[in-house]
Design a binder for this molecule. Sequence first.
Ligand SMILES: Cc1cc2nc3c(=O)[nH]c(=O)nc-3n(C[C@H](O)[C@H](O)[C@H](O)COP(=O)(O)OP(=O)(O)OC[C@H]3O[C@@H](n4cnc5c(N)ncnc54)[C@H](O)[C@@H]3O)c2cc1C
Length: 306
Amino acid sequence: MTATASDATASEAVPAAAHFRFFELEVLRTRRLGHSFLRVTFGGESLAGFRSGGYDQSLSLFLPPAHEEHTVLPSTDEDTWFGAWRAMPDADRPVMRSYTVREQRRTDGGADEVDIDFVLHGDSSPASYWAGRAVTGRRIMAIGPAVARNKSVRFQPPAATDALLMYADETALPAAAAILDRLPAGTRVSAWFEVPHADDRLDLPTRADADITWIVRGSGAGKERTERVVELLRAAGLPAAEAPYAWLAGEAGTIRAVRRHLVQERSIDRRAVRFTGYWRLGASEEELLAEAYSGRAPSEDPASAL
Ligand SMILES: Cc1cc2nc3c(=O)[nH]c(=O)nc-3n(C[C@H](O)[C@H](O)[C@H](O)COP(=O)(O)OP(=O)(O)OC[C@H]3O[C@@H](n4cnc5c(N)ncnc54)[C@H](O)[C@@H]3O)c2cc1C
């Protein structure tokens, strides 16, 4: 899957060769994790070929319009699906949204399962609406990884990394949690996780030596919210490190400001900062994709996105 928007506003659209393919996902069960999070566990026979690379592995979900129970795509052929999907009438076209594989596992009975943690942020947004009504047996389509080493795992710290810095808002908390899950014992991590509510401060099991600061969002939005996050970071001590690596994901405006702070005020090498806008305040994922197709999206080079 090639990221067609820049890393500052990533969305995935087109499957790259054999690394990605279509899967049919069937809802097995749901579980509320906190005020904002709903875990949807998917199964289905096609998951036998699903190979999550772990960490912040993402995938593209196709979610049905409100009047359909299941996702129906006119084609899942690598060469024709995109044109066929785009040609569907607006009212019938499933929306494509990027999400994170929180966990893939095989049950004792040999069945494959995938967890995706959805932020419920209101019924006027298609993915949030769908998740809020997900029930056992509903089927959706996804473009997901068929090989574990794939481009949709963005967390790639160089071998020499001696400290990790992480910032995530709620949309990127599933990815941050999956990263923490996998880190080896002793990895030094300083993390700032911003969530809407106090009970969104989920348990994050890890063997890493992780110092986690929760930022529970106040009523501020947009610029005010971003400034609060940067102020908190500015006041924080960073671990002494020769080769720090930063992983930042969340609302695009906040991510850019956090990156700027780390690069300009903390002198972190810009090449050691992996930053991804998971959503943008006031813009749906279609609007971000439309920008990407029209060439109006920020450049693929993260440095020039600032
Ligand atoms: C690589 C990647 C991985 C992601 N992983 C996850 C994940 O695991 N879990 C997850 O919940 N999200 C994840 N996201 C973010 C998710 O794709 C976006 O939040 C998406 O916009 C949700 O689609 P929607 O249909 O609900 O809203 P859209 O129709 O896309 O947006 C409608 C409106 O809602 C706003 N909006 C979008 N998301 C939020 C939000 N969370 N809170 C408040 N307002 C919002 C938009 O600014 C817009 O104004 C990921 C994004 C990327 C790029």
